[in-house]
Design a binder for this molecule. Sequence first.
Ligand code: NI
Length: 215
Amino acid sequence: MPKTRLYRVLIGVLAGTLIVLAVIGYDVWTAIQAEEQQAGPLAARNTGVGGPFVLIDQDGQPVTDRDFADQYMLIYFGFTYCPDICPTELAVMASAVEQLAAPQDVAPIFITVDPQRDTPAAMADYVSLFHPRMVGLTGSEAQIAEAARAYRVFYQRVESAEFEEYLMDHSSFVYLVDPEGVTRLVFPYGTGAEAMAAQIEEIMLEDRSPAGTAL
Ligand code: NI
């Protein structure tokens, strides 16, 4: 084979290989892109916490999670007789909501784990101390148990030597649930209002951007 023909063949093979590699590369790249676009929201949505609830609000009206379908819910479980942790957490929630660009898009919600004492009237008095729009939800023991189970909230009545009234042991997390009913964030106790607001803002921005991807 003459040298020039060999070169031509080699160049042809090389060019062909490059084209094949380029096509494969492009496919892989677009596949990765597509996966990345899904990964963000999917990963955040897969918290496995939360679910539907049927409860009674502070006006004595039945309320379900779907009544908040045009808003985000910022949910905390506790009880009005709580000496310390609940009031602190509710104050943090209220402050976080007020730091948002669109506070009205988030409903701060307090769900009692002590429906025996936390009647709608007791809830009305209590939530108004923290935020004018805070919703106080109570219900039957069974309704509360079901809501708590959905959010994996532990609670248990305990007698205390220090206090005359019984107390409730309960887990202490704040949940951000999006308008589709998906729990997007779970804040541990001790999260500051500013940090909470910043993370909520990030989710809301992400959801508002056209492609649904992070900015
Ligand atoms: Ni508490």
